[in-house]
Design a protein. Structure first.
Length: 274
């Protein structure tokens, strides 16, 4: 059987090309198959010890050469397979030629998040997602959150989705820097954040305050609602600041990830960029 030339022949626990023998492996509950070329490269950079096995499309071997050489050095198993086999292994046609089986990233509890803010009074912005569950939107929001340095995205426990392979790919590496943190009691959680100096700002296409006239507090919790139903009425009624993004009014509203980017960008301009 022909070896892949760029890599040592005596590589331990690695696999050479033999697609017909590659079968989707059993995944433990604390593991996940991540896919997306640049997202997986970021996983390798940030959490190399969590990697269990690597799959690469034969068409992208050259681009993944550094990763595969690292696998050989660290005795990490890898498979070079066809595009069709990659789709089976990753359970997606959007794999971008790279899939990694790895341990899932540890997620902080809400109490741990609170403790981190009790230790200092630094500026901070948090997101709360109310009914946002689409993997593409979640991934895009994580990507833009990472760009603006937002570490935590909160949501009600029963409705906040866990990171999925699809949203991980869409985040383009941002999911390594942002955590989805579930909370049990929204009212209690918001009160605890307010006690730590966070001001709550909700968003609505029918809001009365323009985003560009609003002065953000150094500690802000921005609430974003789902595109179909928006923010729950109780949350809107409990907020003193409901912001809108002014525009042409030719469409009802913006995609939630786009709106999130505009809000976080304005917060960053006012607070973090100074």
């Amino acid at each position: 059987m022909k070896e892949n030339k760029p890599f040592p022949k005596n590589r331990a626990r690695t696999e050479s090309r033999h697609p017909q023998k590659i079968k989707p492996s059993f995944v433990n509950k604390d593991e996940m198959k991540y896919y997306g070329f640049y997202a997986c490269l970021k996983l390798w950079k940030e959490r190399p010890d969590d990697i269990i096995r690597v799959y690469v499309d034969e068409k992208r071997v050259k681009e993944a050469a550094s990763l595969l050489k690292w696998c050989a050095t660290k005795a990490k198993a890898y498979h070079v397979i066809s595009e069709a086999e990659m789709a089976k292994v990753s359970d997606s046609t959007h794999h971008e030629g790279l899939c990694i089986l790895a341990k899932q990233k540890k997620v902080s509890s809400f109490n741990e998040v609170l403790e981190s803010f009790k230790k200092n009074s630094d500026p901070a912005c948090l997101l709360y997602l109310d009914g946002v569950q689409n993997p593409h939107n979640v991934g895009s929001i994580m990507r833009v959150s990472a760009h603006f340095g937002i570490k935590y995205i909160l949501g009600q426990k029963d409705f906040l989705p866990k990171i999925s392979p699809s949203s991980y790919r869409i985040a383009q590496g941002g999911a390594e820097f942002v955590e989805l943190v579930p909370i049990d009691d929204v009212k209690s959680a918001f009160q605890k954040l307010e006690d730590l100096g966070f001001k709550i700002a909700t968003t609505s296409s029918h809001g009365k305050q323009s985003l560009y006239d609003y002065k953000f507090q150094k500690r802000t919790l921005i609430v974003m609602g789902g595109e179909s139903e928006g923010i729950d009425r109780k949350l809107l009624d409990s907020s003193k600041d409901t912001l809108t993004i002014p525009g042409s009014n030719l469409v009802e509203s913006l995609n939630v990830s786009v709106a999130t980017g505009l809000l976080l960008g304005e917060y960053y301009r006012q607070i973090q960029a100074k």
